[in-house]
Write a protein that binds this ligand. Sequence first.
Ligand code: FMN
Length: 382
Amino acid sequence: MNSGNKSLLFSPIKIRGVTLKNRIVVSPMCTYSCEDGMVNDWHLVQYGSFATGGAGLVVCEATGVEARGRIAPQCPGLWKDQQIEPWQRVTRFLKSQGCVPGIQIAHSGRKGSTVPTWIGRDSIADKDGGWQTIGPTAEAFGAGVTKVPKEATVEDINDITSAFVAAALRAVKAGFEVIELHFAHGYLVSSFLSPATNKRTDNYGGSLENRMRLGLEIAESVRKALPDDIVLGARVSVADYADNGWDLKQSLEFAKRLKQLSLDFFDCSSGGLVANVSYDCLNTNEVHIKSAAVIQKEVGIPTGAVGKITDPHFAEQILRDNGATLIFIGRAFLNNPHWPYMAADAFANDTNFKYPNQYDWCIGWKGFAKWRKDIHKDTNNN
Ligand SMILES: Cc1cc2nc3c(=O)[nH]c(=O)nc-3n(C[C@H](O)[C@H](O)[C@H](O)COP(=O)(O)O)c2cc1C
């Protein structure tokens, strides 16, 4: 049995009224599997498997606050009340497994109206079921995303802020206890933040204060509308790799302001803002993890680190170095929805990790720890 008491990965954490049983968070990942923004059996099974797998928190994929705010037509939504009930099936099951249900609410901005990623990244024409997108400035993302967004008016901006609030309240009705605002990856708010994509000359463009305004207004309005016990955080790109773009310095200021608005965590990601920059978008963990450490230390807001965290020892080390409070894991969960079982072998014991009853008797701690050790022995010998 491992000295699990000392593990940080398997230490619970209480934020507002919500207790996560461990620090293992499933990172939001689009699956483009809805019709009319309604989740279905796919979502129940997929998210359910992460919950039976032992995640402390599952942040469900980018969910449109408006139909126009979807990335692809198959993205989920919370722009109308009918979308609440299908999500309730998912959150009920997650809670039955001791897993906290979270959701990322999002607006795609100029990166909307595209085909699902597994088909490509191209814009869908209006005549083929696409829609008019919206952004800070009437400039297309580029590459295959050729659709030129409408430049948002102040009225549009106010409507979008209201849509975030309404979607957050629907998320609470749907049973979610953690809400993450998607302010990253070049989607609407991210494209307002960065000077590389925001060319406005009004109160929402130009200075850092002006570029942050939309994100801060959304954060403030959503926080004020939510019940006190619901956790609210934001995912932000700490770098967009563009010349004269958004960077760690601006992220630090934004994090400070979000903290003042009582946001509970700052999830560090990067990229996705412009098409014409070169970086390996799925191998950016060094940038994220270093930024998460700096922001947590300097701003004092709990951070999330993400990016190719596949080894439980690496996850434990990030927490131990005070580099982050939450470990977001994406593709390793797609590869193995029971990833925490592997981590438990390294860092947990029967006091801080519980298998579902259905499995506990045959692969859990009671008498079967030796069997688990034997699996590792067999694997190592092969
Ligand atoms: C299939 C897929 C879909 C994704 N969808 C989203 C999303 O909806 N929202 C988001 O913020 N990030 C999204 N991401 C990024 C992941 O949340 C994560 O930050 C990224 O994959 C790096 O973590 P990993 O190396 O553990 O996979 C997606 C990534 C993948 C692979």
